[in-house]
Write a protein that binds this ligand. Structure first.
Ligand SMILES: Cc1ncc(C[n+]2csc(CCOP(=O)(O)OP(=O)(O)O)c2C)c(N)n1
Ligand SMILES: [Mg+2]
Length: 350
């Protein structure tokens, strides 16, 4: 098994998990575990490929998988996801093909963005996953705009806005949460507090008691959740999304997670993280915590673990092979989807 060091045990009892997830809870939790293994495998492989010069840039979500898989499984098809740098697993769980995502990472001819977006900034329109804007915090106001549109059209969908601890210092966070609260818009503000904004620790980001506490100033509910506990993430997200779908006001959820890898492939955290950071993070590894829990419940044995590890490794390898065999985007595609010319007057229509 992959658990090597002691982790903080998950407290959920099977009875409570069944209550929250329903009678099929065993297969749901195992499916969530499999997604988390796939994401972990993908992160490790992509960071290695970036070092080999085969992928331009990568931002891993290692340590944040529980939030992402729960959001992917709990959200509804009609909801919209406005991600930060680390939510690609949400798109995959919602049905975006792994192969397509890897084509995007390689910026090849089968990348939906035709190689024009920075790697790790996928667009997955078919699963309502909006391409990330690199400008920190802007997805917060984008989500509010999407939610405004949904409310205007009387749609019962929710906009999920993901952002980091650093983004809570951006103007867009204030403007977005404030407007959503005043207009009572269906937005789930989902802050993944991995305690770092590149090298800036969260203690330098705010003097507030917590990031969730900021909700009070906007007149909405805020809660802090252990983002490395799959069941806590599930409960918080299912509750918030259900209330929003029923017409409730926006909510803020702060997920406490540990960034277990560098900020991105362009970062060296040994220059700023304390020496014991990796050890503290490992104790809260969401994958290892779930693995330990599943094993204790008798739901995960060595053969099952080996099968899942082999299958996910094969999936990632196949996707990489397909991307490496794909041609680059054709030069003629450079202006595709950029400009449409109206037939009548020759004026741009989009
Ligand atoms: C407006 C703006 N300022 C600075 C940056 C450079 N930058 C890129 S990522 C990042 C840190 C983001 O931290 P956080 O919001 O905590 O998200 P995390 O990367 O930890 O998931 C910064 C400062 C940027 N992209 N946009
Ligand atoms: Mg952060």
């Amino acid at each position: 098994m992959s658990v090597t060091s002691p982790v903080v045990p998950l407290e959920a009892t099977p009875a409570r998990v069944e209550q929250a997830l329903g009678p099929e809870w065993r297969s749901t939790v195992l499916a969530a575990y499999r997604w988390m293994v796939l994401a972990r495998t993908l992160d490790a492989r992509m960071l290695a490929l970036q070092r080999q010069g085969r992928v331009g840039f990568y931002g891993a979500a290692t340590g944040q998988e529980a939030v992402n898989v729960a959001a992917g499984l709990v959200s509804a098809r009609e909801d919209w996801v406005l991600p930060g740098l680390r939510e690609q697993l949400v798109a995959l769980v919602r049905g975006h093909r792994l192969g397509t995502y890897v084509h995007h990472l390689f910026a090849d001819a089968f990348d939906p963005a035709l190689g024009r977006n920075m790697p790790c900034h996928p667009t997955a329109r078919e699963v309502h996953y909006v391409s990330m804007s690199s400008v920190i915090g802007t997805q917060v106001t984008h989500a509010v705009g999407v939610a405004f549109g949904m409310k205007y059209r009387h749609e019962r969908a929710v906009a999920l806005a993901f952002f980091g601890d650093g983004a809570t210092s951006a103007n867009d966070f204030h403007a977005g949460v404030n407007l959503a609260a005043v207009q009572r818009l269906p937005v789930a503000f989902l802050c993944t507090n991995n305690r770092w904004a590149i090298s800036v620790p969260v203690e330098h980001q705010t003097a507030a008691r917590s990031l969730a506490a900021k909700a009070t100033a906007y007149g909405i509910a805020g809660q802090q959740v252990d983002g490395t506990d799959l069941f806590a993430c599930w409960a918080a997200l299912a509750g918030a999304l259900a209330r929003l779908r029923a017409g409730g006001p926006p909510e803020l959820v702060e997920f406490l997670v540990y960034r277990m890898t560098p900020h991105s492939s362009s970062d060296d955290p040994s220059r700023y993280q304390p020496a014991d950071w990796a050890e503290r993070a490992r104790a809260h590894d969401p994958l290892a915590r779930l693995e330990q829990w599943l094993t204790a419940q008798g739901l995960l044995d060595r053969p099952t673990w080996q099968r899942i590890a082999a299958e996910t490794d094969h999936e990632v390898r196949s996707a990489v092979e397909a991307a490496e065999a794909a041609p680059p985007p054709a030069p003629a595609s450079l202006t595709a989807d950029v400009l449409a010319v109206a037939r009548s007057g020759g004026r741009p229509s989009a």
